[in-house]
Every structure is written in structure tokens, then in C-alpha cells.
Design a protein around this ligand. Structure first.
Ligand code: IPE
Ligand code: IPE
Ligand code: MG
Length: 236
């Protein structure tokens, strides 16, 4: 049973298993990604309805470029379609969309859509969804280190004075609380370069359910598991 008065503030999801979902049905992998995009839409809406503040989803990693060009192009096409539809619905849904990752290698049209979505989002104050696109936890930390080094070189700060909180301010997640719960469907039990810094004290929930099959019941199971844990943060 989920106690809806004690929900995590920030849930993060590794949306994995689209390819296997399609394979099991004798469909092309891209059909799995299309189904996964629909799941994202319904899970995000439900998270907003129950009152979560932040949802962060892993949509495309810095390592996913290793896939065949055809699959990468199909994913980019789906993202474009999804963003175009979201822009139309944002007023009604009141869901803010924000992006984590290096968007520079993405197709220009998709980058423009991300910028448009980001801009529209500043008008709302509902739940924030962070979509990780060309995101890698290590890449994020290296970028933060570079930005910090540049600020030091310009005399804006000093290496000795850097705190963990200051460093967090250089990450894509600047100003956003760390995820309380990280969910990974599809049966894999690994982090795959997701939110390495931010998930230092997150609770993890793994399930064999494939992402396109992930629904409300599965989310409830994850939330109930989270609520049954004792978070000690190193204390007793
Ligand atoms: C996750 O599903 C989507 C992306 C990584 C873009 P996968 O495509 O990794 O699905 P599986 O793991 O092959 O089943
Ligand atoms: C993680 O899934 C990335 C996303 C879901 C976007 P992968 O399918 O890429 O992860 P690995 O390769 O199984 O670790
Ligand atoms: Mg996978």
C-alpha cells in the first residue's frame, strides 16, 4: 500500500527494455521505442496527478550512439514527435519539461524543439520532468569540472573553497533536489551511467517488467518499496 502523504519528492527512471518488448512480439525495435514513449506519457501524467515534484527519465545515453544509425534516427524522430505533441498539451497538462545532457550533437530541429519546450516551461510551476538526452553521469561530472576550472581561471572562485553544494551547482541538475528513488525496469541491475553524482543516497528499485509494460501498479510497487526502506544517510 502506498501512503500518498509520504511520497518521494523526486523519482528517477531508467526507461529500459523497449527493444526486448518489441522482440517478444516479433516487432522491430523501433516499435518498442514508440510503445515506451507512450508509457512515458502516461507515467508522467500519473506522477503529476499524485503530486510528485520532480520526475527524471533516462531517454538516450551518451553510450546509445553505439546503436545502428537506423535505430538512433528512429529514436530522434520519436523524440521530435513527442516534443511537438507535448508543446501543444503543456498548457493543459501543466508539466514542465527540462533537459539534462549535451544537446549539441542532436539534430538541429530537435534542439530547437528542446529550446522551445524549455522556454514555454518557465511559464508554469507544476511538476518538473527532466528528460535526459545524450546524457551520461561521467560526462556531466567532467563538464562540471571544466566549468569550475574556467571559473577559477577567471578568478571567480578558488579550488580550496569548493564545497559539494557548490559543485552540484555546475551539474545539469543545479537547483534540483537529488532523486529519492531510482527505478530500473527490464531486469538489469546496473546504473548505466545515470545520475552518478545525484543518486549517492537514492533508494533503488529494480523490476523485471519491461518499460513499455510499466504501469500504475508497478509504480505503486516501487513507491511502496521506497516507503518500506529505512534511509539512514550514514547515520544509525
Ligand atoms: C531503452 O530500451 C531505450 C533506450 C536505451 C534508448 P532499450 O532499447 O535499451 O531496450 P532493450 O534493453 O534492448 O530491451
Ligand atoms: C540505459 O539503457 C539508457 C537508457 C534507458 C536511455 P541501456 O539499454 O542503454 O543500458 P545498458 O546498455 O543495458 O547498460
Ligand atoms: Mg536496454
Amino acid at each position: 500500500m502506498v501512503d500518498f502523504t509520504r511520497l518521494p519528492r523526486h523519482v528517477a527512471i531508467i526507461m529500459d527494455g523497449n527493444g526486448r518488448w518489441a522482440k517478444r512480439r516479433g516487432l522491430p525495435r523501433t516499435a518498442g521505442h514508440a510503445a515506451g514513449a507512450e508509457t512515458f506519457r502516461s507515467v508522467a501524467t500519473y506522477c503529476k496527478d499524485i503530486g510528485l515534484d520532480y520526475l527524471t527519465v533516462y531517454a538516450f545515453s551518451t553510450e546509445n550512439w553505439k546503436r545502428p544509425l537506423e535505430e538512433v534516427s528512429a529514436i530522434m524522430g520519436l523524440l521530435k514527435k513527442y516534443l511537438l505533441e507535448s508543446i501543444e498539451k503543456m498548457e493543459r497538462d501543466q508539466i514542465r519539461l527540462h533537459f539534462f545532457g549535451d544537446l549539441s550533437p542532436l539534430p538541429q530541429e530537435l534542439r530547437d524543439l528542446c529550446a522551445r519546450t524549455d522556454k514555454i516551461s518557465t511559464r508554469y510551476d507544476g511538476m518538473q520532468v527532466n528528460v535526459c538526452l545524450n546524457y551520461g553521469g561521467r560526462d556531466e561530472i567532467v563538464r562540471a569540472a571544466r566549468a569550475f576550472a574556467r571559473d577559477c581561471a577567471q578568478g571567480k572562485c578558488s579550488p580550496e573553497a569548493l564545497s559539494e553544494a557548490d559543485f552540484s551547482g555546475y551539474l545539469y541538475s543545479a537547483g534540483i533536489p537529488d532523486p529519492d528513488l531510482v527505478i530500473r525496469p527490464s531486469g538489469e541491475v546496473r546504473i548505466s551511467n545515470f545520475l552518478l553524482w545525484q543518486s549517492a543516497y537514492a533508494e533503488f528499485y529494480y523490476t523485471d517488467v519491461l518499460w513499455p509494460d510499466f504501469g500504475k501498479d508497478e509504480l505503486h510497487r516501487a513507491l511502496a518499496a521506497y516507503q518500506s526502506r529505512s534511509r539512514r544517510f550514514g547515520g544509525i
